[in-house]
Design a protein around this ligand. Structure first.
Ligand code: ATP
Length: 249
């Protein structure tokens, strides 16, 4: 298991948003978080790269271990953590820079200065994000000239450029059209050969299509976590059954 979450509680000031979460996330696979709006999926995703740290009033109890190391320990540098755990958001958010500079941004920040090295990283990352063939002749063009789906794949390339081990995807297809969504779903299956992917999705069918494991949340608690096929065909908890059969949410 690459991530182990133990007895995790998270409070937004007084509000108890995550309650006693215990969860293991296997390496090089896709784990999907599902559940009704407000059940804590994004909050849990954000604990994995400490994005909640920036929100005032957040208090965390319990443990999140990445390869056996507590990511909330004072010895661990957040910058180092974010290099290992990349993130892609709901809305594509490329920088107002060229396609090339978006992908080169992270490596430059981490000290890569040589043009030939940067060129190689940019090409490799864009290839991994299935975008290279579409943009290889227009690398100098603004990232904002791309379509929404291409921008989202550019954001994936930007995240991959710093060679993370884990990629967090927070409803990364919900702002996209069906064709772009399919492309990102196919890409997710490709990427999980080399990366661990944890995704939040509103769309149960998407979880069923592309994840290896699914975690069902309700009111800040993990109700059920299982192999995706098992969870959708044979849920153990009645609340999971009710949710996946569309009785609520
Ligand atoms: N910054 C914040 N301050 C206070 N409360 C928050 C904050 N962010 C989220 N919450 C609350 O925590 C709970 C969980 O929110 P979260 O966004 O994690 O849910 P979610 O399952 O991802 O929902 P959705 O599917 O609608 O995005 C909600 O009740 C939400 O209102």
């Amino acid at each position: 298991m690459i991530i182990e979450i133990e007895k995790l509680h998270l409070f937004y000031t007084e509000f108890h948003a995550l309650k006693d979460v215990n969860l293991s996330i296997p390496e090089k696979s896709v784990t999907a978080f599902i559940g009704p709006s407000g059940c804590g999926k994004s909050t849990l995703l954000r604990t994995l790269n400490r994005m909640n740290d920036t929100i005032p009033g957040v208090r965390i109890e319990g443990k999140v271990e990445l390869q056996g190391k507590d990511i909330y320990s004072s010895e661990l540098e957040v910058e180092y953590l974010r290099k290992r755990v990349g993130m892609v958001f709901q809305q594509p958010n490329p920088f107002p820079k060229s396609i090339y500079d978006n992908v080169a941004y992270g490596p430059r920040l981490h000290g890569v200065g040589k043009k030939s090295e940067l060129d190689a990283i940019v090409e490799k990352s864009l290839r991994s994000a299935s975008l290279w063939n579409e943009v290889k002749d227009v690398l100098k063009k603004s990232a904002w000239s791309l379509s929404g789906g291409q921008q989202q794949r550019l954001c994936i390339a930007r995240a991959l450029a710093i060679e993370p081990e884990i990629l967090l995807m927070d409803e990364s297809t919900s702002a996209l059209d069906p064709i772009s969504t399919t492309k990102i779903e196919e890409l997710t299956r490709e990427l999980c050969r080399n990366y661990t992917i944890v995704m939040v999705t509103h769309n149960m069918h998407q979880a069923a299509r592309i994840s290896d494991r699914t975690v069902f949340f309700l009111n800040g608690e993990v109700v059920e976590s299982a192999d995706t096929q098992m969870l959708f065909s044979n849920p153990v908890d009645q609340r999971t059954e009710d949710y996946i059969s569309g009785r609520f949410g």
